[in-house]
Design a protein around this ligand. Sequence first.
Ligand SMILES: [Zn+2]
Length: 468
Amino acid sequence: MSTTPDSAVRAYIADHREAFLDDLAEWLRIPSVSADPERAGEVRRSAEWLAAKLTGTGFPAVEIWETDSDGLPAVFAEWPSGDPSAPTVLVYGHHDVQPAAREDGWHTDPFEPYTTDGKLYARGAADDKGQVFFHTLGVRAHLAATGRTAPAVNLKLLIEGEEESGSPNFPALIKTHADRLTCDAVIVSDTGMWSRDTPTVCTGMRGLTDCQIDLYGPDQDIHSGSFGGAVPNPATEAARLAAALHDADRRVAIPGFYDGVIELTDRERELLAELPFDEAEWLRTAHSHATLGEAGSTTLERIWARPTAEVNGIGGGYQGPGGKTVIPAAAQLKLSFRLVAGQDAAAVQQSVRDWVGDRLPSGIRHKITFWGATRPCLTPLDHPALQSVVRAMGRAFGQKIRFTREGGSGPAADLQDVLGVPVLFLGISVPSDGWHAPNEKVELDLLMKGVETAAHLWGDLAETWSTT
Ligand SMILES: [Zn+2]
C-alpha cells in the first residue's frame, strides 16, 4: 500500500524542519486579525505572504481571491498531478486569526512566536496557520521521497481570510469560483485530535438552525387582577413551549424532528466507546454540575451524533425589582437546533413552525424568525479517502487512529453543499493548544507529524482511490 518510503519522508522533513519553522514564525508575526478593521491590511499581507510561499513551494497556479462586500482575501493554489485519472483534493484552512493582546493573559507577545519545551507559542500557531503550513513541507516531502515532479493527486488549496469572523462571504466566494474548486473530496485542515496520546480523525460535524419566536397577547400590559385567569398570557405560552420541547426521555418532542436521522451503527458506537473519555474532566470543561440528555445515548453520542433542541433565551413581562402584577403584552423564546446527517434544515424549520402553530391558543399571535441554517456533514467510515487519511496518520504517528466527531458547526458544510463532495478533517492540534485563548500554541512534534501525514496522504489516495 505504501508508495512513499517512510524513512525517505522522515529524512527530508528532518533536513527541512528548521527552515519550515522559520517560515512559519515569519507568517505568525503578521497579525492577521480579521475581526479588527484596523488590521485589514495585515490580513491582506498574510494572504500575499502565503501566496508567495505557495509559489515558492512549487504550486504552478496561485491566486489571491477577493471577497464580496470589501471583505478580506482568500488564497487559492492549484498543482495538477499530470495524471488524468488522479483524484482531485481540495485542502481548506484559514490564514486569519483571533484577536490577541498581551494584556489578555499572554506570557509573551502573541505575534512574536516563542518556542520553549517543544511548544511554539503564537496567535494562529494551531488555529490555523500551523495546520495550513504543514501542507507546504508535506507536499515537498511527498515529491522528494517519490521522485515525482507533481503531486500524485490534483492538489488544490483554499485558505480563507474571514473564518474567525464567521466566514460572511465564504458561501458566495465558493459559488463564484465553483468551477475552479471542483474536486472529489475536501480535506479540512482546521481541527484537532482527541489528545496527544490518542490521535484521531474527525468524521463529521453537526448542523445548526436557530430561531426567535415572538409571542403577542393583549395589545398592552394589563392588570393581572382585573383580567388574570381569563385571557391568554404570552409569557406563560413561551414557557409552555419551552417545557414541551422534550419528552420525559429528553427526546425532542417536535413531530417530524428526527425524520431522516442517520443513526450510529453498532460499530460506530463501539469505536466511540473506545475513546478514553473522562466524564468528570469533561464536566469541568463544560462548567456544568451534571450530565443530562437523551435517554439511551452516552455523553459523546449526545454531543456528536444526536440532534438537539435547546432554549437559548426566554423572556417577557416585568423583569425589574419587586413585583408588578401584569399580564405582559409580549414574550420571546430563542431556540437552537443542532442537526445530524440525514436531517434537512428546511424540513426541521417547517416542523418547528407547525409545532408552534398547533400549540398556541387563540388570542396569542406569533412570529418565527430563523436566523440561518448550516447543514451537518458526515463521512462514512468506509469512504476510501477517509481510509487514506487514517493510513497516512497511522504511518506518521505509529499508532492506531481512532474516530471522533465534532458537535459544533462550521464552513465545512458550505464546501460540502456547494461542491457536492465528502468533507474530511485532518488536524493535529490538541485540546490544550488554547484556540481563541491566551498563550495559544502548537506542539512541534505533532506539527511535524502533520507534515508527515500530508507527505504520505497524496500517494496513498492516488493509489487506492479510483474516482473514475
Ligand atoms: Zn480555525
